[in-house]
Design a binder for this molecule. Structure first.
Ligand SMILES: *Cc1c(COP(=O)(O)O)cnc(C)c1O
Length: 375
């Protein structure tokens, strides 16, 4: 291995990400692609992932916050970027100055964006968001026409340019859920209202599809798709399989300490694991501060010495133990927490399943103490 010896690292295969982007594009012919790179690109590293996605043909990037978009600009990335969560006090002027596209979900929000654009001496490029049934971001159906009208007024004043009309699914990962058709119908109705008011046109991009919708709902692709989790090779609908995606991250650690202990030794806080015979324990230097969830105690598996081992006892802040029986184990040996499964190691999906969560949480939780290493 050409990797340096670090206690633990998250290896990110950028060629897998590029391949996933190309594969997702083939599912959405004719649509543009905006990869969601929020939350440090789902823990994979904002800038390297963004560059890989753009190299593979994605035309746009999406972030939750303006500050994430500014980080991309600071790294020299010039592609269009949309930031979609705009709490009060956000640096709107700076966003307009750096040509970051902004989402607006309410009349007061479009007014604040228009004010900032006037201050900045430019026009803010805005995507108007409609709530089609998730009841999270977006204007409700009752407020939508007013938002469109206000945006058009600001557009006439030259401080706003309406570049997108968009929404987000609540249940795209549950194929057949009746809310999906209802949201599509509500989206079409909102598009109709906007177009009738004069906020449409071929230059305005319409978008609603996340990873699950890209892979399971052709009628949801419109002009642009917004993959997140699938970009990283993780299935958006695990019960339908992996869709041929390539998991990009391998989380590894090196055994920090090996010891032989007698039978009936209580291991780690609370003695939640007790050895049933004389055995060899290994200390793995990753803990809940690094994103190994405390719920993984006595539950999740890792690969060590060519075999699966269940975490033995409480996951601590910085470390956990494994019990390898009489198998050989040496300090410095590599332990794989999860990877693409090709070496028999667990996958992020297995971690998610065993911890009753989704892979999004498994990968985004990996802490800043764990270096990301690229190949
Ligand atoms: C995170 C996010 C996405 C991507 O979702 P996935 O389910 O990870 O594909 C798309 N759009 C918005 C608005 C998001 O917040």
């Amino acid at each position: 291995m050409s990797f340096p010896m670090t206690p633990a690292e998250a290896r990110v295969d950028l060629s897998a990400i590029r391949e996933n982007v190309r594969q997702l594009a083939s599912h959405a012919p004719g649509a543009e692609m905006m990869v969601a790179v929020k939350a440090d690109a789902y823990g994979h590293g904002l800038v390297p992932v963004a560059r890989a996605c753009l190299e593979a043909g994605a035309g746009r990037l999406g972030t939750a916050y303006i500050r994430e978009a500014l980080d991309l600009r600071a790294a020299g990335i010039t592609a269009p970027i949309l930031a979609w969560i705009i709490p009060p006090g956000e640096p709107l002027e700076q966003a307009v100055g750096h040509d970051i596209e902004l989402s607006a979900s309410s009349v007061s929000m479009i007014d604040a964006i228009a004010d900032a654009a006037a201050e900045a001496g430019g026009a803010a490029r805005v995507h108007l968001k409609v709530d089609t049934g998730m009841s999270r971001g977006g204007a409700t159906a009752a407020e939508w026409a007013a938002l469109v009208q206000r945006a058009l007024r600001h557009q006439a004043e030259g401080v706003i340019e309406i570049v997108g009309l968009w929404s987000h699914f609540a249940c795209a990962d549950i194929p057949g859920d009746p809310s999906i058709a209802a949201q599509l119908a509500a989206f079409d109705e909102a598009l109709h209202i906007a177009e009738k008011a004069g906020a449409g046109g071929s230059h305005v991009i319409r978008h609603i599809a996340n990873s699950a919708a890209i892979l399971t709902l052709p009628q949801a692709r419109y002009d642009l798709v917004r993959p997140g989790i699938a970009t990283f090779g993780l299935s958006p609908v695990p019960r339908l399989g992996g869709f041929g995606l390539h998991p990009a991250m391998t989380l590894v650690a090196r055994i920090a300490l090996v010891k032989r202990v007698p039978a009936r030794s209580g291991v780690s806080y609370g003695h939640l694991y007790v050895t049933d015979r004389e055995t060899t324990l290994g200390l793995v230097p990753l803990g809940y501060a690094d994103g190994v969830l405390r719920h993984a105690t006595n539950v999740a598996e890792v690969m060590a010495g060519g075999r699966r081992r269940r975490i033995a006892g409480r996951v601590c802040m910085d470390q956990f133990m494994i019990d390898v029986g009489d198998d050989p184990l040496t300090e410095g040996d590599e332990v794989i927490l999860f990877g693409d499964g090709s070496r028999g190691e667990p996958t992020a999906q297995e971690w998610a399943d065993s911890l009753d969560t989704i892979t999004h949480e498994i990968v985004t939780r990996i802490g800043s103490r764990v270096p990301r290493v690229y190949r």
